[in-house]
Design a protein around this ligand. Structure first.
Ligand code: PEP
Length: 252
């Protein structure tokens, strides 16, 4: 059975003090009321080491939002997968549509990042999803399959066990427009079928596939009730303890 997960993506929000306050607040809330799912917070690089030290890893795993496509060396401003791992964090988000769109991350670049992240013992939240124009042209399945083929389907089944897929329709990210639970389930089932075709039914059944895109406490229960939705990747609603905890509690 696929692990149930609620992951937060802070993006470029919260200075160090604010981030620590948020992490500590969540740590306290989950110590008092243990989650029924794996909880991950993905923070900017500068927070990783301190947040990782401050939280109880039984209740909260920590992840980065990106890593470099090079192992080390003269790449001013970059942060390597090895550096990310050395902060004590376990996950990294790769393939987020904001990175693909604003920082020109191609499938080939993402493939390099995926390989380096795995080589350094990180698990990956790998994002895929179509734009509004692609959805209107009914291309969502082709887009998702191509993004998987472009950056993660070269992995062995053993390596692929470290991949969590996040389906994030770009038209739903930060827009307040959530995919309906039926729309999300339809494409999640398709994504699982692609994994099954590539790695077999058992690997597919064990792969967590998260929904992302304006997910909040009010719509999470309906989304998470669907058989192929194993949780959520949460942007805006991960920035306040009560909002994020409300989504985590959808698994109760
Ligand atoms: C995201 O960017 O990963 C995301 C899901 O954002 P939001 O929840 O704000 O739509």
């Amino acid at each position: 059975m696929a692990k149930k997960i609620v992951a937060g993506n802070w993006k470029m929000n919260k200075n160090l003090q604010e981030g620590m306050e948020l992490a500590q607040g969540l740590n306290e809330a989950l110590a008092a009321d243990k989650p029924n799912c794996e909880v991950i917070i993905c923070t900017p690089f500068i927070h990783l080491a301190k947040v990782s030290e401050a939280v109880n890893h039984e209740n909260i795993k920590v992840g980065a939002e990106n890593c470099a496509d090079k192992a080390s060396g003269a790449y001013t401003g970059e942060v390597s997968a090895e550096m990310v791992k050395s902060t004590g964090c376990e996950y990294v988000i790769l393939g987020h549509s904001e990175r693909r769109e604003y920082y020109n991350e191609t499938p080939e670049i993402l493939k390099e990042k995926v390989d380096l992240a795995l080589a350094n013992g990180l698990k990956i939240l790998f994002c895929i999803g179509e734009s509004l124009a692609q959805r209107e042209a009914n291309e969502q399945e082709a887009v998702c399959k191509a993004e998987l083929e472009g950056s993660v389907f070269h992995l062995s089944a053993e390596q692929f066990a470290n991949i969590v897929i996040a389906y994030e329709p770009i038209w739903a990210i930060g827009t307040g427009k959530t995919a309906t639970a039926e729309q999300a389930e339809e494409i999640h089932a398709y994504i699982r079928s692609c994994v099954a075709e590539k790695y077999g039914a058992e690997v597919a059944a064990n792969t967590s596939i998260l929904y992302g895109g304006s997910c909040k406490a009010s719509n999470a229960p309906e989304l998470f009730a669907k058989p192929d939705i194993d949780g959520g990747l949460i942007g805006g609603a991960s920035l306040k303890v009560a909002d994020f905890k409300g989504i985590i509690d959808a698994w109760k």
